[in-house]
Design a binder for this molecule. Structure first.
Ligand code: FES
Length: 161
């Protein structure tokens, strides 16, 4: 990976010095690092949260898949070895790399004290790709046709609430 460009969250990286096709400029990396979290309406249609954590940039739908909580105010904590953003509304845990919803299941409710283990609900929050080119940060929207629950809060109705 060159010093001119680093691709975060994606398994692939590119050595070119131009932004990926169909990507959208978010801001200067130094400004995002300073702000830690930035939200932006991308392509006029999607509210995206870009956050900087432990040297990496991540992007996801801003509103929580559960009930539309603003993830920009969520803490980041590690659960079951995965970094998660914790929604400030009802404390749902969402992995910042995959958008998975995590929860703790009880092994056997009849056995006290209760023992729990972490489970995944699958991908619930749409994660987008972040690319840095020459200090500029771009987001490429994840346009997969697969429905993801956070899509519900990307309608005009919720964006204007
Ligand atoms: S709105 Fe996020 S946990 Fe309920």
């Amino acid at each position: 990976m060159s010093s001119e460009e680093e691709t975060f969250q994606a398994s692939s990286s590119s050595s070119s010095a131009s932004p990926p096709p169909a990507s959208h400029f978010i801001g200067k990396k130094e400004d995002i690092v300073k702000a830690v979290r930035v939200t932006k309406l991308v392509n006029g249609c999607r509210n995206v949260l870009v956050l900087y954590h432990q040297g990496q940039l991540h992007a996801m739908d801003t509103r929580c898949y559960h009930s539309g909580g603003s993830l920009q105010y969520g803490d980041i904590e590690e659960f079951n070895g995965k970094l998660c953003i914790v929604c400030p509304w009802h404390k749902y845990k969402i992995t910042i790399a995959e958008g998975e919803g995590l929860y703790q299941a009880v092994d056997n409710p009849m056995v006290k004290p209760l023992r729990t283990h972490w489970c995944s609900k699958g991908v619930k929050q749409r994660i987008h790709k972040v690319t840095e080119v020459n200090g500029d940060v771009y987001v490429t929207l994840n346009n997969s046709s697969e429905a993801i629950e956070s899509d519900v809060y990307q309608t005009e109705r919720y964006r204007t609430l």
